[in-house]
Design a protein around this ligand. Structure first.
Ligand SMILES: *[C@@H]1O[C@H](CO)[C@@H](O)[C@H](O)[C@H]1NC(C)=O
Ligand SMILES: *[C@@H]1O[C@H](CO)[C@@H](O)[C@H](O)[C@H]1NC(C)=O
Length: 509
């Protein structure tokens, strides 16, 4: 008996140490890679070469343990991570900072979902929440952007869509958008029959009617409002920063699936799918953030009205002849040849004869990229003023970065004797092209790695630094990873067991 007691004591001692180490690890994150998890905090930059050093991208080191043994890592940890809060010199007008969250894809439980799966879903919400809270507190960004695919499926009823939104606000991004809970709760019980046992239903009929009649320019229907204002740094006074949700294929479907109902409930919960915001207008450091619903750019789609509205938005952006820097947010990445990123070009369509849902025959079923044609069109519409811009995307969970370079075909090669503008992807800015003239326009595309546990809970840090010499911004991107979900689970389970055994030890032994 004495020996058993002794063994029990030793065992609990080991557990105490283990849970302590694990808890320190998950709470001092990003302890292993502080250099890619903190702001550089440069003030204005001055560069000699306009095309060389504009885009900086940093990924976590391959071997994190080896990285930990370096003195520099620790210096960065103390200087940039632990002491970062004391830095009050950050100026959001000169170097705005963005925290980017790739495809969280939160799942849901059904009536017959086993308990263990339910626990996994619950834990996953809190795992994502831990990432958000830790990063948000340390880094206090000016903007927080979720890159689409907020939920794991578009094939869910409205009521479940509502329930996931509550989880999204309360557990995953807790504290980011405190004001929105009241707003969505106002929509509860509004269009439902009290006997149905359903809490929320979207009023998609009014939604679609409004869209169709506005597009037709009917009387009493004012034009679409895409401009969401100037120098907006929060939607609501109580919000800590500006939070933007993008649409993803898992939230509203690809264009061949998407009904008015899908988009109506998304906008009920998450606001507009297409909008633009302007900052520092009339100054050298002016920029705009364009949130684009890429699910409604190409088809054949189910609701052409919705696609027409998205194109209308793009033409309006073109007509504004903007002379600043453009930050384009789009869930689906631009076209690029195979080999640049994990996902290569891919399109699939519903078959001609589709018995299950005949109305979908031949419609767009899924896509990895936008088509070459649409990508060129989009780039030409938004990035034509000579200022380097940036595109932030999701969809490819592995993350990626490329540069798009703009060329003009030489007139003599063109059948009509006209020059044509087109863009090609490369790893770094590329001004050389045999048949065409480089225009000097370059745009970086960054695909943000997913924040899901299987991708080690990544978060993107983007810092823009104003470059006075060229009246442009330099872009500094870092990919900060946490750890696979199992480590977070282990830390919490070991802690719970430790507390239980310790209570037994104190009470009975
Ligand atoms: C959503 O949550 C409410 C309240 O917890 C519950 O009654 C309802 O069944 C849930 N809806 C679905 C589709 O699970
Ligand atoms: C994103 O979603 C939250 C939660 O519903 C909402 O409060 C916020 O306003 C949304 N952001 C935008 C840009 O609509």
């Amino acid at each position: 008996m004495v020996q058993l007691k002794k063994a029990f004591k030793t065992f609990t001692n080991v557990l105490i140490i283990a849970s302590f180490i694990l808890q320190v690890y998950i709470h001092t994150y990003p302890s292993l890679t502080p250099d890619v998890c903190s702001w550089d905090n440069k003030k204005e930059t001055k560069l000699s070469d306009k095309y060389k050093d504009i885009f900086k991208v940093n990924y976590p080191p391959e071997n994190q343990i080896l990285h930990l043994l370096k003195l520099d890592t620790w210096k960065t940890y103390f200087k940039d991570v632990l002491l970062t809060k004391k830095d009050n010199s950050h100026n959001k007008y000169i170097n705005p900072r963005f925290l980017l969250f790739g495809d969280p894809q939160i799942k849901g439980a059904w009536r017959n979902t086993p308990l263990l799966t339910r626990l996994d879903i619950f834990g996953n919400d809190h795992y994502l929440g831990h990432i958000f809270k830790t990063m948000f507190k340390r880094l206090t960004p000016d903007f927080g952007i979720v890159m689409g695919d907020l939920f794991s499926s578009q094939w869910i009823p409205d009521d479940e869509f509502y329930n996931r939104t509550e989880r999204y606000i309360n557990r995953v991004f807790s504290g980011a958008i405190p004001s929105s809970l009241d707003r969505i709760r106002d929509l509860k019980k509004k269009f439902v029959n009290p006997d149905d046992g359903i809490n929320y239903k979207t009023d998609w009929i009014t939604f679609s009617d409004g869209k169709i009649r506005t597009l037709r320019k009917e009387e009493g229907f004012p034009p679409f409002k895409f401009d969401y204002g100037s120098d907006v740094y929060r939607w609501n006074e109580n919000d800590p920063f500006l939070f933007i949700n993008m649409t993803g294929n898992h939230d509203i479907g690809y264009s061949g699936d998407m009904t008015f109902q899908h988009l109506s409930r998304f906008t009920d919960m998450f606001g507009a799918d297409n909008f633009v915001l302007h900052y520092n207008e009339g100054r050298g450091n002016s920029y705009r953030i364009v949130n684009l619903n890429t699910m409604l750019l190409e088809g054949p789609g189910l609701e052409n009205v919705l696609m027409d509205i998205t194109w209308e938005f793009l033409y309006q952006l073109f007509e504004e002849q903007f002379d600043g820097t453009t930050i384009l947010l789009q869930h689906i990445p631009m076209f690029k040849e195979k080999g640049f990123c994990k996902d290569g070009p891919h399109f699939s369509f519903y078959p001609e004869v589709y018995e299950k849902e005949p109305y979908k025959s031949n419609l767009l079923k899924s896509q990895n990229h936008l088509s070459l044609e649409t990508s060129n069109k989009l780039l030409n519409l938004l990035f034509h003023n000579g200022k380097p811009g940036i595109i932030l995307t999701g969809h490819d969970h592995y993350g990626c970065d490329v540069v798009y370079n703009r060329y003009m075909t030489k007139m003599k090669d063109h059948p009509n004797g006209l020059a044509e503008s087109y863009w090609t992807a490369s790893k770094t800015p590329d001004s050389k092209n045999e048949n065409s003239e480089f225009t000097g326009d370059i745009v970086k595309e960054i695909t943000v790695r997913s924040m899901m546990g299987d991708f080690a809970g990544a978060v993107g840090l983007l810092e823009m630094n104003y470059n006075k010499d060229y009246e442009t911004f330099d872009f500094n991107y870092k990919e900060c990873v946490f750890a696979v979900q199992h480590i977070w689970w282990a830390a919490n389970i070991v802690t719970i067991i430790t507390v239980l055994l310790l209570s037994i030890r104190i009470l009975f032994i």
